[in-house]
Design a binder for this molecule. Structure first.
Ligand code: FES
Length: 73
């Protein structure tokens, strides 16, 4: 999950390359960069900006009384 200026987004947490945890990646300007080999993902859409057809699945979120819920389909 990412919180950018109060806007919460959620997506798969493993990099599509070799499954590094993106929670350890660097977030900058709406992009998370994997700390292993530097693949980049848009944190709003899950789009992989480094390679085609490697997008992360994005999940809807809902905030109720300061609790954030991730909606799995
Ligand atoms: S595991 Fe993320 S770029 Fe290689």
């Amino acid at each position: 999950m990412f919180n950018q200026n109060g806007h919460i987004t959620a997506m798969e947490s493993e990099c599509r390359h070799m499954k590094a945890p993106l929670s350890l990646g660097k977030v900058e300007n709406g992009v998370v960069t994997c700390h292993w080999h530097h693949w980049r993902y848009d944190i709003k859409s899950g789009e992989c900006l480094s390679h085609e057809n490697m997008d992360l699945k994005k999940f809807e979120t809902e905030t109720i009384d300061d609790w954030v819920y991730v909606i799995f389909d």
